[in-house]
Design a protein around this ligand. Structure first.
Ligand code: PLP
Length: 507
């Protein structure tokens, strides 16, 4: 029986262990010698401490010791305090928090997929390689590109990968332009990736339509520009109608066009970045093709490129070898690995399952309904919470609470907190930055007309409260396990360690 990590006593018996305000940490629940067992079926023979020798840490790890019963109860209590895509509508604009079907999880959990080590020789995992090759082909078909790496573990990682490919391409052509153009409506990861890749980010303004200003673009374009990063539909939920002209101007100065495909959910089967003229595209599989987005991952941000850029892709890629079997292959001028092994493989398996299940027609319908739902909600809310740009939206739209701030001191965050009391997740607030008091609403295709109507009624009621009894909104949320948090304090002075001194009672 282990005695490591024990914290005798833990919490005093007289203190309540259960309660909305007082969930103990696993360390506080810890009692020396308690453990939760699982059935082991490892094929690897047990090794003695002597054999493992120098690789073993000798001092005990400061881990809590909790019985299975207490552990399950602890996490069930924590989970019941949370809000999730499985619980209800999650109109968090830009994040595409749609319901993710369970069959994708079932596929990803198959032992033949989940139980395989990434170093297994190719001949023993032909099925896995076929799955990845099929997924790559599907991504290329959907985006209209020639080849793709599945390795980047998130959208932002895809951006960095794409920018490194862009740089490698320019250098191979004997140039090294250092500026990347980004519209002012772009997601914050775009300028961050540009900086991380060692480039200078140059902002181009949006015009009165909420679209890239062609005049401003002409102003900043010259041969010092390596490329543009464009999100389409953009983060206002609007389709960049001048995309052909934008790309013509960009290509004219020898720059490349990068498509931030995080909003792909709006256009699958309807429009393709490759057909629009883009050179590099990342897509967030975790937003569009199963696996919920959020909480920092895990995700998958594959990067697809034109045939002119294939040689720079990170390896390894599954390609047929001399025997006809699939083998791992690294392109000749590869920028190198951007993640260990083959990326977040089980997120890729979920995406593959989702695509196979829906097929081309189903995927197109997914995007059509995503746009339909957003347009319906936009129209339904128009009289009370009008969109910042009076255009039919794509998969999301941005409203503004500016009017309520000047009338009654009610801010976008107050309306968002109020929505929690109606049993919905809040929309995104204060993004994109170019809309004052922004409320960014993305209902997604998985919500029913009844849910959309309930959501609309909740917003209507919140607007009514903002007009009549605004002080009430400052109190929201009153029904959640925690009320308003010190978000700035949490970001600036995060407490990231167990505060009670976890190791103080170790053997
Ligand atoms: C437009 C846009 N670009 C990039 C990203 C970054 O994706 P990730 O969070 O997977 O890094 C997001 C995230 O939702 C996004 O909405």
């Amino acid at each position: 029986m282990s005695t490591r990590g024990a914290r005798p006593g833990g919490r005093a018996a007289s203190a309540p262990l259960v309660g909305r305000d007082a969930e103990p940490t696993a360390f506080e629940l810890s009692v020396r010698g308690r453990r939760a067992d699982t059935l082991r079926h490892s094929a690897i023979p047990e090794a003695s401490l002597e054999e493992l020798g120098p690789w073993l840490r000798r001092e005990p790890a400061a881990l809590p010791e909790v019985s299975e019963r207490d552990l399950v109860a602890h996490y069930t209590r924590l989970a019941s305090r949370n809000y999730s895509v499985d619980l209800g509508a999650y109109p968090l604009g830009s994040c595409t928090m749609k319901y993710n079907p369970k069959f994708a999880d079932e596929v990803a959990a198959l032992p033949g997929l989940a139980g395989v080590h990434p170093d297994t020789p190719e001949r023993a995992v032909q099925g896995w390689l076929e799955l990845l090759a099929e997924l790559e082909a599907a991504i290329c078909e959907i985006t209209g590109m020639a080849a793709a790496t599945l390795q980047p573990p998130a959208g932002a990682a895809g951006e960095l990968t794409g920018l490194l490919i862009m740089g490698a391409y320019h250098r191979a052509s004997g140039r090294d332009p250092r500026r990347i153009i980004i519209p002012d409506s772009a997601h914050g990861t775009n300028p961050a990736s540009v900086t991380l890749a060692g480039y200078e980010a140059v902002t181009v303004r949006s015009d009165a339509r909420g679209l890239v200003s062609l005049d401003d673009l002409r102003r900043v374009l010259d041969d010092s520009v390596a490329g543009i990063m464009l999100t389409n539909p953009n983060t206002l939920g609007l389709f960049e109608r001048d995309v052909a002209e934008i790309l013509r101007l960009v290509h004219e100065v020898g720059a490349l066009a990068y498509y931030d495909g995080a909003n792909l959910n709006a256009i699958v089967g309807v429009a393709r970045p490759g057909d629009m003229g883009f050179d590099i595209v990342h897509s967030n599989l975790h937003k569009t093709f199963a696996t919920p987005h959020g909480g920092g991952g895990p995700g998958a941000g594959p990067v697809a490129v034109t045939s002119a850029l294939e040689a720079f892709l990170p390896g390894p890629l599954p390609r047929p070898g001399a025997t006809g079997q699939l083998e791992w292959w690294t392109p000749p001028s590869s920028i190198g690995n951007v993640h260990a092994f083959h990326g977040n493989a089980l997120v890729l398996a979920r995406a593959w399952a989702f695509m196979r299940y829906h097929g081309p027609d189903g995927l197109r319908r997914m995007s059509e309904v995503a746009v339909l739902n957003a347009r319906w909600l936009q129209q339904r809310l128009q009289p009370v919470l009008p969109a910042a740009f009076d255009e039919p939206c794509m998969h999301e739209f941005v409203a503004s609470a500016k009017e309520f701030r000047s009338e009654a001191g009610v801010r976008a965050s107050d309306i968002a907190k109020g929505l929690l009391e109606f049993g919905f997740h809040a929309p995104t607030v204060y993004f994109p930055l170019i809309v004052d008091e922004a409320l960014m609403i993305e209902p997604t295709e998985t919500e029913s007309p009844e849910t959309l109507e309930a959501l609309a009624q909740a917003f209507e009621r919140l607007v009514e409260i903002a007009r009549t009894t605004p002080a009430e909104l400052a109190e929201a949320p009153r029904t959640t396990p925690v009320r308003r948090l010190d978000e700035v304090g949490a970001a600036r002075k995060p407490v990231l360690v167990e505060p009670v001194g976890a190791a103080d009672e170790l053997d």
